[in-house]
Every structure is written in structure tokens, then in C-alpha cells.
Design a protein around this ligand. Structure first.
Ligand code: M6R
Length: 605
């Protein structure tokens, strides 16, 4: 939800800001803008609707060597996609960009008589106008007074006309990281825009005012005390956040899954057993919990559903999976015997974060499965199990999903072991199978030609249905989300036995039905359901384990995962489903990595 950046230093800022925005573009791509503060001529502002490339073209003719500036790439919330609503916003001597939502912008507009000065429809411009009104030459005081009036989430980068070479920043909830290095200081919504300059960085603490200069970054709390932020070091480099020869990030990230899985699982295995002590996850909490609630959004929630299926069937512990945006408003039934597991790639999804806070209020311990180190969700959790997917840039989540599932498997194994549900031998066997899935995923990726043919077939379909049972049903939900989000084809996922309770009315000649049947114990049941749709004219694509060959009466096309224990088929099947969505989107000529209306990190409700 919007990417922001600020740079001040010895180099001309314009290109640094635009290149940084290209890295941040996956956070939002409705419009983009930059403002540089030229000590000779003042503020130069450039904004453009569309992607950052449009801004880059528009800014080409702008020759300035100003070395201090801010930039923004927008995912629209308040006000349409217009140049006027694009950031940075300027009021009087204040120029700023914002990520988040100011909930009381209407009240502030009325109370401070700002209506006549506002030119856009955004909540952000109200902050700029308020700051300008309260500014009397001391940025710290004006920022403090302003943020004390704001309700909502914000990450703000601010320049004042009479403070050349300086950027001020403050945040609540919305993320920002910052770094100073030889030659300047940089601040951005995430590390992808910072890592080119420094591998050492800090997470901007909430409600602290930062002053960035070419000589370093000052951090003060709202009582005026200097604060030393904790310096972190990033363990990947910028090449991980580039396409590396692939046509799209999504395809690169699908291919990276075996290594991501290895990075996530291998360090947590000792003598063949799952080992989570280095992550600070003590066995007591696992032994004593009575039930588990998994809370997340979108793909992360689908990973949680796989976790539920596994933990309930193998360990007999009750698990509920909750959509975070529902959970936070429904007074959930949880207490200190509940372990809440929150799952989030970004660690910044606002609904998931608020769900975490609610769980803690109700006395539940919170364990988060998070990919981004130092993110808000990670910092606020009692325990963190980091996935090591590396940066995921494509909006459609792929490698983050399979490593989240791997984290669930690790947790389940440790849970089963410490509770005595799984013997040492059974636990070791489980872990050894988990460590084998990387190879199986590799083989599945290598055999992708058939998958491409399936994608070519379905690319013109108005609707696609996915069906499956058990874990395969949870995979269907994720597959359907993936197809919808990047190919814009309407799709639905159903528990295979459920179709005949209504939806089968939609099955007509040649409607594609993708049936997932990788679990041995329900294979025959799914095949019966497949026959039901096939006999009504559906074009059936069956995904099963190698060796399960079906004739034309059952399906039109078969895709196989290598032979594997049913519990572990999920990883390879996920690859097939991701590739179907990827190739379909690509065949339609769509922007695979940046699907319309979406953004990578959802920091608004
Ligand atoms: O960063 P998170 O894992 O918390 O994000 C949750 C969802 O927004 C995310 O999984 C989304 O559904 C995917 N990008 C879809 O591919």
C-alpha cells in the first residue's frame, strides 16, 4: 500500500528517488511522484499517473542536481487515480508524502479551517496543510503537534522549504526503514530501496522524529530525548530483489522455492528432529496449549488452512483458521490456553497486526510466521518463526506461501514430538520427508511444458473451477485466488463433494474444472466427483500423483506430481497451480507481477 522514499546526501537525488521507487513499485502503482529541494530554486515537483516508468520519462527533461528529495508510488485510497491526488503533496512551505490512512482527516479539515487551501481529494494533503499551519520555524515542534492530532496509520517523509538538505520522518504502524552511509542518508517503506546503499539499517521506531541529513540520521522521541535505534543487518543482497534473467519476478520466485524451503527448514533440524529453541520457541508453550487459532489474510491464510488440516489430523489438537479482518471485530473466543499463530509474508498487513494485538489483549500467546525481519508483526509477537523466502516482489505470493506451509510442518512436528503424539522415530521420518520436498518441487518445475499447455487452453475461459478434498481443497482455494488475481478470470474453489449442492448448475460444455486429487485416502472420492462434472460436459484437468492414469471418460488432461507421501504432496501441487496461473496471465499478455488494483503489502483496513 504505497511506497515512500527519502534521500539526502552528496549525489543528485532525482535518479536515486526514481530508481528507489522502481524497487518499491510493487507496493502500489496507480501513480508516482517525486519532490526535490533545490537550494537555489526551491521545490521541484513531478507527478504522473501510471507506473514509475511514466514518471521517469516525465522527469527526464528536469535537470537538477538537488541532492535532497522524497518520492512516492501510490495505491489509491482517498481520491481517484489523478495527478492531483498523487504524492508528494505541497502546502505552503511543506512538502510531504505519506503511506497509510488518516482516519480523522475530515474532522481536522473542519476544525482547522483547511477546506479552502486543499487542492486534492486525499487525506494526506490535510496533514501537509496542518503542518504548514502549525510550523513556526521548528520542524520538531510542528511535527509533534501535528501527529498528536492524527488518528490512523502513517509513515511520513517531510521537507520544509527553509530546511535545505533535511528530511524529517515519523511513523505510526505503516513501515519505514532507514540507513545512513558514506555519502548520505536514506529512508524507505522497505529494504528493497535501501539495500543498494547499505546492508545495515534500522526499523524506524513508532512515534519518533527522524532528521535525515547528508551526515547521518538523528532520532528523537516525542519527549525530545535522543534515541539510538537498534541496527540490523540484512542477509540478502540486491540481486535477490531483481529478476535475474527471468521475464517476471513471479516466475523467478516460483523457481526459487526449493532453495527457500531449504533455507527455512535446514537450520531448524538437529539430529533429524525439529529444533525451534534458537527461534526462542520454548517447548512449554507447545506442551500446554489447548487449542490453536491461526489468523492471516489471503494467501497467508490459505497456508494456515494447510496447517490446520495437518495439525488436526496428525495431532488431534483443535485449530481454527480466521480471516484477520473478521477476527478483529468478532470478539473471538480465545484465552491463555490458546496459541495464536499469525502468518504474514510482509509482517505489516494491518488486519493481521490488529488481530495479533487483540489476541494478546485476551491473554493468548502469539507466535508469528513472518518473512520480513524486524517487521511490526514480528516485533509485537511473543515468538517468531521467520521464513527465509528472501524478498518476494511479485504481488502474487508464491515462495512465501510454500515456506509458510513448511513452517507449519516444522511447528506441527515439534508440537507432536514434545506432546508425545509422535514418537522420536515418527518425528524423524516426518522431518526427513519434509526435507525431501525441495527435490520434488524441482522436478515439478522442470516438467512445466504440460502446465503451459493447460494455461493456453484455459486463458480464454470466462470461468474456471477448482475442486479437491482435504489439503487439496485448501490448495484449490489458493489456486483460485492466484488465477483470479493475475489472469482476471473468474474462478471458484469448492470442496469436491460440495459442488452438487448448487454450483454444479454452472457446469456446461467445456467449462474448465481443475481437480486436485493427490491424497491417497480420498482419491476415489474425488474421481467420483470428477465423473459428475465430466458427464455434464466439463473440460477436466486432473492433478494427481504419478501412476494414477485415468481415461478420457474421467478427464481431458492430466498433470502429475512425483510420487510422494500424501501429506507432503502439497508443495509440488502448489507449484503446478502457481504455474497454471502464471502461464495463463502471461498468455493473456497481462502484467503478471503488478496485477490491476492490487498492491503487495496491505497496510490499510
Ligand atoms: O504480507 P501478508 O502475507 O500478510 O499478506 C497477506 C495477503 O495480502 C497476501 O497473502 C495476498 O493474498 C497475496 N499477495 C496474494 O497472492
Amino acid at each position: 500500500m504505497c511506497g515512500i522514499i527519502g534521500y539526502t546526501g552528496n549525489e543528485p537525488a532525482k535518479d536515486i528517488l526514481i530508481n528507489g521507487l522502481k524497487q518499491l513499485e510493487y507496493r502500489g502503482y496507480d501513480s508516482a511522484g517525486i519532490a526535490v529541494l533545490d537550494p537555489k530554486t526551491g521545490i521541484i515537483l513531478k507527478k504522473k499517473t501510471g507506473k514509475v516508468e511514466e514518471l521517469a520519462k516525465a522527469a527526464e527533461s528536469e535537470s537538477t542536481d538537488a541532492s535532497c528529495g522524497i518520492g512516492h508510488t501510490r495505491w489509491a485510497t482517498h481520491g481517484g487515480v489523478t495527478e492531483g491526488n498523487a504524492h508528494p503533496h505541497r502546502q505552503g512551505s511543506v512538502t510531504l508524502c505519506h503511506n497509510g490512512i488518516i482516519e480523522n482527516y475530515k474532522e481536522l479539515t473542519t476544525e482547522y479551517g483547511l477546506k479552502n487551501v486543499l487542492q486534492s481529494e486525499t487525506d494526506t494533503e490535510v496533514v501537509a496543510a496542518l503542518l504548514d499551519k502549525l510550523y513556526e520555524g521548528d520542524p520538531y515542534t510542528a511535527i509533534k503537534k501535528t501527529v498528536n492530532l492524527l488518528a490512523g496509520s502513517f509513515a511520513l517523509c517531510i521537507m520544509f522549504d527553509d530546511q535545505p538538505g533535511k528530511i524529517f520522518a515519523i511513523r505510526n504502524v505503516s513501515p519505514m526503514v532507514a540507513a545512513s552511509f558514506d555519502g548520505g542518508s536514506i529512508i524507505a517503506s522497505d529494504l528493497t530501496a535501501v539495500i543498494n546503499f547499505s546492508k545495515k539499517y534500522f526499523v524506524v521506531p513508532e512515534y519518533h522524529i527522524l532528521t535525515l541529513t547528508d551526515n547521518g540520521i538523528g532520532v528523537q522521541d516525542l519527549k525530545g530525548r535522543d534515541v539510538e535505534p537498534e541496527i540490523l543487518e540484512v542477509n540478502w543482497d540486491i540481486t535477490s530483489a531483481q529478476k535475474g534473467g527471468y521475464p517476471h519476478y513471479m516466475l523467478k520466485e516460483i523457481n526459487e522455492q526449493p532453495e527457500a524451503l531449504e533455507r527455512t527448514v535446514a537450520p531448524r533440524v538437529q539430529d533429524g528432529l525439529p529444533f525451534l529453541a534458537d527461534d526462542g520457541i520454548d517447548d512449554e508453550i507447545l506442551k500446554n496449549l489447548q487449542n490453536i487459532v491461526i489468523v492471516a489474510c489471503g494467501t497467508a491464510m490459505h497456508a494456515g488452512m494447510v496447517g490446520k488440516s495437518l495439525i488436526e489430523t496428525k495431532l488431534r489438537i483443535p485449530v481454527t483458521v480466521e480471516i484477520a479482518s473478521e477476527f478483529r471485530y468478532k470478539d473471538p473466543i480465545i484465552d491463555d490456553k490458546t496459541l495464536t499463530i499469525v502468518v504474514s509474508q510482509s509482517g505489516e498487513t494491518i488486519d493481521t497486526l490488529e488481530a495479533l494485538r487483540l489476541s494478546k489483549q485476551k491473554g493468548s500467546k502469539v507466535l508469528s510466521v513472518v518473512n520480513v525481519k524486524g517487521s511490526t508483526i514480528a516485533r509485537e509477537s511473543d515468538y517468531v518463526l521467520y521464513t527465509h523466502a528472501g524478498p518476494e516482489i511479485a504481488v502474487a505470493s508464491t515462495k512465501a506461501y510454500t515456506v509458510q506451509i513448511a513452517a507449519m510442518y516444522l511447528l506441527a512436528a515439534r508440537l507432536g514430538f514434545v506432546r508425545g503424539v509422535l514418537s522420536e522415530e515418527e518425528t524423524k521420518e516426518f522431518i526427513s520427508k519434509l526435507q525431501g520436498v525441495g527435490e520434488i518441487m524441482k522436478k515439478t518445475i522442470e516438467a512445466s511444458d504440460d502446465i503451459r499447455r493447460v494455461a493456453n487452453h484455459i486463458q480464454t475461459a470466462p470461468d474456471v473451477f477448482y475442486i479437491g478434498r482435504g489439503i487439496d481443497y485448501t490448495l484449490s482455494l489458493e489456486a483460485s485466488l492466484k488465477l483470479k488475481e493475475i489472469s482476471y478470470i473468474h474462478s471458484e474453489a469448492y470442496a469436491a463433494g460440495e459442488l452438487k449442492h448448487g454450483t454444479i448448475a454452472l457446469i456446461a460444455e467445456q467449462v474448465p474444472v481443475i481437480a486436485i486429487a493427490t491424497e491417497e485416502h480420498v482419491y476415489a472420492k474425488v474421481i467420483s466427483n470428477v465423473r459428475e462434472v465430466k458427464s455434464r460436459g466439463a473440460y477436466v484437468i486432473l492433478i494427481s500423483q504419478e501412476g494414477k492414469v485415468e481415461n478420457k471418460e474421467v478427464c481431458d488432461k492430466q498433470l502429475y506430481i512425483p510420487k510422494v507421501d500424501s501429506t507432503f504432496g502439497v508443495f509440488a501441487t502448489a507449484v503446478i497451480l502457481q504455474l497454471i496461473a502464471y502461464y495463463t496471465s502471461d498468455a493473456k499478455g497481462l502484467d503478471v507481477d503488478k496485477p490491476r488494483n492490487l498492491a503487495k503489502s496491505v497496510t490499510v483496513e
